[in-house]
Design a protein around this ligand. Structure first.
Ligand SMILES: *[C@@H]1O[C@H](CO)[C@@H](O)[C@H](O)[C@H]1NC(C)=O
Ligand SMILES: *[C@@H]1O[C@H](CO)[C@@H](O)[C@H](O)[C@H]1NC(C)=O
Ligand SMILES: *[C@@H]1O[C@H](CO)[C@@H](O)[C@H](O)[C@H]1NC(C)=O
Ligand SMILES: *[C@@H]1O[C@H](CO)[C@@H](O)[C@H](O)[C@H]1NC(C)=O
Ligand SMILES: *[C@@H]1O[C@H](CO)[C@@H](O)[C@H](O)[C@H]1NC(C)=O
Length: 441
């Protein structure tokens, strides 16, 4: 009762002594200033959070905004931890609206400078995913445009951004592309680049969606975004990255611990490339353990088992399409097994010699089996393969996605050097071969 009375007096300033009033006013003022300051420290955008984080990580003490950077970074970190990414983006956008005017409109030593996302003050470019595949979103969340040469791009998934987008990406292997482009060729802004994206082989694209076959898309698409090295935006399933220093291990141990010869892990049986038939014949000459839906049960640690116990792994592609090199190559490259490759790719053109085996290098399946047998018994030669593989590590797929987005951004900043029109994108994708190597000898 007493307390409430004091409180009431304080609020109304009735019957309150002079010093109490002063104390109250000082307290109220410092709380307000405190809140105002905290507010000013809030980062303005995801980009800023990332810039701040970057400067923080690089210990850029010469930056005049170092102190505010630390504050912003801590707050940004806190935001990231409190909310999961999509929420953070919303929250930050709200702050962007609220703080934008105050901080941009005034130049005052009392107001923190705004960290601009790029030092050349290039105009922002928007990259719109028209129908992104769902699996792309986690990669997008990890993407950091500050790692790009051009840092002035932003990615959107909102169709309403179509008009203002500098690039629109259509995923040709996913629903939602449409048989007709979003605007007619007459209404189309020629400075808006249209991209067609897929990491699927042409066979799977055509199975998933027929939209790209529609003549309405002829002469409409500008850039390809694909696993093929001749794409405008090259997006491989993996890249080899030289290790510094290279791994050095007890290779004798690795070799001698292997008790089995060939493993094959496969979930898609009877694929069009005829790999099942190929393996059926191979099994007549050498033992092959098949795991997965088309063979025996594959335990969770199957990769470890393959790496430890097996000398070879069959990294056969499901379809024989030009330069279609998937994770079957990259995933097993960092394991202690030699991958046997079969696809429509000249692997030796792209990957270090003596780090894989290509079925195309053998006149027939029996000759391949003989080579594998010989290699499996020759410790010295086997180790040579392991040592070459150990000079590399595999670049993470999120980084590869990030590099692809950077590449789009770079092209958008130099549009006129990259003008191009695909007459027929489906034709460019090409067709896949039927197997010609399933011959019993
Ligand atoms: C964030 O995501 C994780 C895992 O997806 C979940 O466990 C956690 O509860 C989420 N946090 C919030 C604040 O939504
Ligand atoms: C920011 O302001 C614009 C217009 O003033 C409004 O359309 C938008 O919804 C606001 N964004 C947020 C996240 O509040
Ligand atoms: C590798 O390990 C084996 C024992 O497992 C040992 O006898 C051999 O000396 C080691 N080799 C090297 C190069 O360290
Ligand atoms: C594959 O590439 C290698 C290295 O570039 C080349 O020597 C070889 O002729 C190519 N093979 C075929 C079948 O094109
Ligand atoms: C994209 O294609 C259109 C024709 O459909 C063309 O007018 C435009 O210049 C091309 N843009 C780029 C960036 O290649």
């Amino acid at each position: 009762m007493e307390l409430r009375m004091h409180c009431y007096r304080l609020m109304t300033m009735k019957n309150v002594g002079f010093y109490s009033r002063i104390a109250f006013i000082l307290l109220a003022t410092s709380v307000s200033v405190g809140v105002w300051c905290l507010y000013g420290m809030l980062p303005r955008s995801i980009q800023e959070i990332k810039n701040v984080g970057n400067e923080f990580n690089h210990g850029n003490e010469n930056s005049g905004t170092w102190n505010s950077n630390i504050k912003s970074f801590l707050i940004a970190n806190w935001l990231y931890k409190q909310y999961n990414n999509s929420n953070v983006i919303d929250i930050v956008r709200k702050h962007e609206n609220l703080t934008g005017n105050v901080r941009d409109g005034m130049k005052s030593p009392f107001i923190d400078p705004v960290l601009h996302l790029d030092k050349n003050s290039l105009e922002e470019k928007l990259i719109l995913w028209w129908n992104a595949p769902g699996w792309l979103l986690p990669w997008q969340e990890m993407t950091d445009m500050t790692k790009c040469q051009y840092k002035n791009c932003r990615v959107s998934f909102e169709k309403k951004d179509f008009q203002k987008s500098n690039a629109v990406v259509f995923s040709i292997g996913d629903a939602g592309m449409g048989h007709i482009p979003p605007v007619s060729m007459k209404e189309r802004n020629p400075d808006q680049a249209w991209l067609f994206f897929t990491l699927e082989s042409p066979i799977h694209v055509k199975r998933a969606s027929q939209a790209i076959l529609s003549p309405h898309w002829h002469n409409a698409l500008n850039w390809s975004w694909n696993y093929r090295p001749d794409s405008d935006i090259f997006h491989p399933y993996g890249r080899l990255n030289a290790r510094h220093p290279p791994l050095v291990r007890n290779y004798s141990d690795i070799f001698r611990n292997k008790r089995k010869t060939i493993a094959w892990l496969v979930s898609h049986c009877g694929s069009i490339g005829g790999r099942d038939k190929y393996v059926d014949i191979l099994k007549k000459y050498i033992s092959v353990d098949i795991y997965g839906r088309c063979g025996q049960y594959a335990p969770d640690n199957i990769d470890q088992i393959i790496s430890k116990d097996y000398k070879f792994y069959l990294g056969f592609e499901n379809s024989l399409c030009i330069n279609y090199v998937t994770e079957k190559f990259f995933h097993y490259y960092s394991m202690d097994t030699i991958t046997v490759l079969r696809g429509k790719t000249n692997y030796s053109e792209y990957f270090p010699a003596n780090s894989f085996i290509d079925t195309a290098d053998f006149p027939n399946i029996k000759a391949l089996a003989e080579r594998l047998k010989q290699l499996s018994e020759n410790e010295e030669e086997f180790i040579k393969y392991m040592k070459i593989k150990d000079q590399y590590e595999i670049t993470e797929r999120a980084i590869i996605y990030q590099d692809a987005v950077c590449n789009v951004c770079e092209k958008l900043n130099n549009l006129n050097q990259h003008r191009r029109i695909y007459k027929n994108a489906a034709e460019w994708m090409g067709i896949c071969d039927l197997p010609k190597d399933i011959i019993e000898k």
